[in-house]
Design a binder for this molecule. Structure first.
Ligand code: ADP
Ligand code: MG
Length: 227
């Protein structure tokens, strides 16, 4: 469902070019569970943003569901993104003045989903993630773990095929982190393709496929049971 071929990405800050992705080749089948690990600055978030169509390769190609995406218009890329991809970030990225329910509805509102349908889907996602009783709470009234579950509900409410998580447990205590991991893995069990960027070796080792990045390159790609 995903194929990167010869993907390069260089950022230029002042005079100094940073080779954030260097000749990345990666194929991922539907339903896989991958972790991406590597030192800070090794290109993990850049890779995730690339897969999420938030960023474009300088060269190479990214196929998502057989569609070559590098030269697509922003509108077409946004459409693919909202159809297929869900994101979860370390810092939740919830809108502070919206309730949990409204945060989950927001992307559907922007996509023009009718109000009733939005409400039904958002409520179902909150129930699925065990936070139905937090629908009317603002983010600041929620614990970190609950915020991340709202963010996760928002990510999956339109049933994406691909779920991209960048350090999803990075701000959580170990108990809340474990709950979020359990939910992510349940979603993968339901068939969603799951890619988790993490610093946490124990979390990274749980994935069936484990990728390691150094200096913008994939230096290891291990399949099968953990070490
Ligand atoms: P990681 O997530 O592994 O810590 P990143 O993918 O965030 O690494 O960053 C890889 C490299 O690219 C780093 O050197 C970072 O400073 C640089 N980088 C990332 N995004 C940008 C940007 N928008 N502009 C300039 N440099 C960037
Ligand atoms: Mg990062």
């Amino acid at each position: 469902m995903i194929k990167l071929e010869g993907v390069n990405k260089t950022f230029v800050l002042g005079e100094q070019p940073v080779h954030a992705l260097v000749d990345i080749n990666l194929s991922v089948a539907a339903g896989e569970y991958l972790s991406v690990m590597g030192p800070s600055g090794s290109g993990k978030s850049t890779l995730l943003n690339m897969l999420g169509l938030l960023d474009r390769p300088d060269s190479g190609e990214y196929w998502l569901k057989e569609t070559a995406t590098r030269t697509l218009s922003e509108v077409a890329r946004a459409q693919l993104r909202s159809q297929w991809i869900g994101f979860v970030f370390q810092a939740y990225h919830l809108v502070p003045r919206l309730t949990g329910l409204e945060n989950i509805e927001l992307p559907m509102m922007l996509a023009g989903v009718p109000a009733k349908e939005r409400r039904r889907l958002a409520t179902a996602a909150m129930e699925r993630l065990g936070i139905a009783d937090r629908a009317q709470h603002l983010p600041k009234q929620l614990s970190g773990g609950q915020r991340q579950r709202v963010a996760l509900a928002r990510a999956i409410v339109r049933k994406p095929a691909l779920l991209l998580a960048d350090e999803p447990t990075g701000n959580l205590d170990s108990h809340s982190g474990a709950e979020v991991v359990k939910l992510l893995e349940e979603l993968n069990g339901d068939g969603i393709t799951l890619l988790v960027v993490t610093h946490d070796a124990a979390l990274g080792a749980r994935a069936r496929r484990r990728i390691k990045m150094v200096d913008g390159a994939i230096v290891e790609d291990l399949q099968g049971a953990g070490p």
